[in-house]
Design a protein around this ligand. Structure first.
Ligand SMILES: [Ca+2]
Length: 160
């Protein structure tokens, strides 16, 4: 590639970026802001992408609160996609801690998200084994979580 075509390519790329910035954010780009006392799941990193607030995990939802979801396959984001193996970030604005599990029925490695905290990237965060000790092998719950529980949580389980 000669110098002229490199410059042309750079100019085209710059125009593309400028064009993208000129587009007003629509519903697809607007990230859901997790409310007070809510536990919010997001499909993408940094609390972006389609979101999900599950009444079963949110004490503020009254009688719909259960405190756990044994299997995400029947739980969905606002766009209708399943939570199963897709959560990438979490905001926990509630007074409950949460454990997020790799497997259904609160099995396998898990990540603890304390009350009033969050995890902007599920590739980060300490992963614990079922014995409550940090796993020593490389492991991430990004796009893997299958069940969750809230309450007063240790690295092994939650009580309500
Ligand atoms: Ca994801």
């Amino acid at each position: 590639m000669n110098r002229r075509s490199i410059l042309t390519g750079a100019a085209a790329a710059a125009m593309t970026v400028a064009g993208a910035l000129a587009v007003a954010p629509g519903p697809a780009q607007a990230a859901y802001t997790c409310g007070q006392q809510q536990v919010c799941f997001y499909k993408d990193y940094n609390a972006t992408g389609t979101a999900s607030v599950q009444a079963r995990l949110n004490r503020s939802s009254g009688t719909a609160f259960v405190g756990y979801i044994k299997d995400f396959r029947n739980s969905h984001y606002t766009n209708g996609e399943t939570l199963q193996d897709s959560i990438s970030s979490i905001v926990n604005n509630s007074d409950d801690d949460m454990l997020l599990y790799d497997e259904g029925n609160f099995g396998g490695p898990r990540v603890l998200i304390p009350r009033h905290s969050g995890l902007r990237n599920l590739d980060s965060g300490t992963v614990y084994g079922p014995n409550g000790k940090p796993v020593t092998y490389l492991y991430t719950l990004n796009d893997r979580a299958t069940s969750a529980a809230v309450g007063s949580c240790t690295t092994t389980a939650c009580t309500r």
